[in-house]
Design a binder for this molecule. Structure first.
Ligand code: KG4
Ligand code: ZN
Length: 346
């Protein structure tokens, strides 16, 4: 294999429902294609088997399209990076097999990428964040997505340690489940944000979960909100309709409060005040606004991803692949995906 200084890397992401493929040259995006799966909307959440079947159909299309958009020939690609985990095992297996086939066909190496590490490293893409700068090490990464709620200490590109995680539901899933109760389709976080804009976030007070250290817990809060709404509905069947905006705003507010409180703790504990956000929930405008406010107040150096790269995408896989390429961290074709996340990512 011939090592290049500015290789072209393809990134393939298939850990959940998005078939996402991106091609980059060094840190620059040449193409970024995402084919979503609308079928899950009617189920209010991802159905794993359907997700895998649709990846089988969509990933090849996404690869073809990304090569066309990048305006390259496929033999110009220098390495294939892909998500090896964590995620839905069926979906990961489809991406893994396809990546291996592509690598064999083009006679180039494969590079496995951890999905969480990739969300964190999105800030190293050119224009990956709204700051237009790369964070210096060490920094704290807050990953808030449908599958994860994590505070990670990032000492170097590939040296990360999870300081805190959710003990039960991930934050995005909480948004999705509450939204489903309100009758919204998946992904619910978008609807909660939309209706929050018209609501009073001080109208309803919900109890903050008491969790030690830097871990999170959302299941108690979620159950409390469900019970609260059910009890109100018994007295007034129109309760939801009448209070939808205020409920959305109050729920969004308590969830953001929990995040801010934990990050405060993490900054004090680690004495690191550089913070990056990533994951689907970091596209929420209110999340960004409150974090920016707190950053100014507390002298944090806050990095917010460009909206193109908050949700699952191939660019984050490609940039992590690029970093590993330069460290010559290639993999054998024997690798196999893992579904559970790892506390130490090296
Ligand atoms: O990062 P992502 O695309 O997938 C995972 O790795 O899980 O995140 C998807 C999650 C969904 O739960 C969705 O409801 C949430 O991100 N989300 C939002 C918003 N946009 C997406 N949550 C709150 N506000 C939003 N604007
Ligand atoms: Zn993700």
């Amino acid at each position: 294999m011939k090592y290049k200084k500015d290789p072209i890397i393809i990134g393939i992401e298939s850990s959940c429902d998005d078939s996402a493929v991106s091609i980059i040259r060094s840190r620059k995006i040449l193409s970024n294609v995402i084919i979503g799966q609308n079928i899950h909307k009617k189920y209010g959440g991802i159905v794993p088997e359907l997700a895998a079947r649709l990846h089988d159909k969509n990933l090849l299309k996404a690869i073809d399209k990304s090569i066309k958009l990048a305006n390259i020939k496929k033999y110009q690609i220098d390495a294939v990076s892909f998500t090896i985990g964590p995620g839905l095992i069926g979906s990961l297996l489809i991406g893994c097999s396809l990546a291996k086939s592509l690598a064999i066909g083009l006679n180039i190496p494969i590079i496995t990428v951890d999905h969480i590490q990739a969300h964190t490293l999105i800030h190293f893409i050119e224009n990956g964040n709204i700051n237009n700068s790369y964070p210096n090490f060490p920094f704290l990464s807050l990953v808030i997505s449908g599958g994860h709620t994590l505070i990670i200490k990032v000492d170097d590109y590939l040296h990360m340690k999870v300081l805190g995680s959710t003990l039960d539901n991930p934050i995005g899933e909480v948004f999705d489940k509450i939204a489903r109760k309100f009758g919204f389709s998946y992904p619910g976080g978008v609807f909660i944000e939309k209706y929050s804009k018209y609501g009073n976030f001080k109208k309803f007070k919900f109890p903050k979960p008491l969790v030690k250290g830097l871990n999170f817990s959302f299941s108690g809060l979620k159950s409390y909100i469900f019970r609260f709404i059910d009890e109100k509905l018994i007295k007034d069947p129109n309760f939801l309709k009448k209070n939808l905006f205020d409920l959305c705003a109050s729920i969004q507010n308590i969830i953001i409060d929990i995040l801010i409180e934990k990050i405060h703790k993490a900054v004090i504990k680690t004495k690191i005040n550089r913070i990056t956000l990533s994951g689907g929930v970091s596209s929420n405008e209110r999340v960004k606004k409150v974090f920016l406010f707190q950053a100014k107040k507390n002298n944090w150096n806050l990095f917010i991803p460009n909206n193109l790269y908050t949700n699952d995408n191939g660019a984050m896989i490609a940039i992590t692949g690029m970093i590993k390429y330069h460290k010559k961290q290639f993999n054998s074709l024997n690798v196999t995906p893992y579904s559970k996340f790892k506390y130490f990512i090296n």
